[in-house]
Design a protein around this ligand. Sequence first.
Ligand SMILES: [Zn+2]
Length: 261
Amino acid sequence: MNPLAVLLYHTINDDPPSWVAPFSVSTRTFLGQLDAVVDSGRPIVTASQVVASRRGGPALPPDAVALTFDDGFRDFAHTVAPALAARSLPAALFVTTGALHPHRRSVLGDAPMLSMDDVVCLDQEGIEICSHAHVHEQLDTLPSQRITQELLIPKTILEEALGHAVSLYAYPYGYSSLEVRNQTRHTGYLGAFAVRNAFSPEDDDPYRIARLMVCRDTSPETFASWLSGTGAPTASAHEQPQTMLWRQYRRSRARLHAVRR
Ligand SMILES: [Zn+2]
């Protein structure tokens, strides 16, 4: 049995703004990757199914794959959603509410973004709409009150617009800490996705589910190896010492920048 592969995309764009170009995938490559997923015969599960399984709910079918998209770039509506619909594939879209067109309050760079009307339509078409912060800051470097805002604001905005609960979250840049994860749970989220560039083990933390980021530099060989259950480690259910050290460094840097401002 292959480990669960939760794929993470950002923008599917043949002419992306330079700041996001390394995290973009061309339309042709993306369509080829979707066909490869279908051809692999691996079942595609929803983000909700992934979270439920990591919370001790129903186990996923063997060899499952999940598709997730972060930030809310405009191309999701005109390129991604039609391609998913043509193949009957489910996917989750993690929206940074402060980046939605035309009200920009996020720290993401300039790029064509979805509007809330687009998000409502996508929800009605069956895309799983989830939260991805409001300002898109590194949550684990923020004071407690700001963490709360980054969790609560997008949930409130999306739930009001969609008229139903929004229960899944993805951490900006994938970063979380124990406090962030506890707050995520207390805010009412059932689970949250990180990055970690790894397969998600069956005993993965439901508030830190591992994903594999598909980027411009992801080779066809690497993508194919992920589909055959190799080419990446399986994440550990517990935080590694280097993750904690890297967080300490980013926190001191954030404090330094705050003083300089
Ligand atoms: Zn993001």
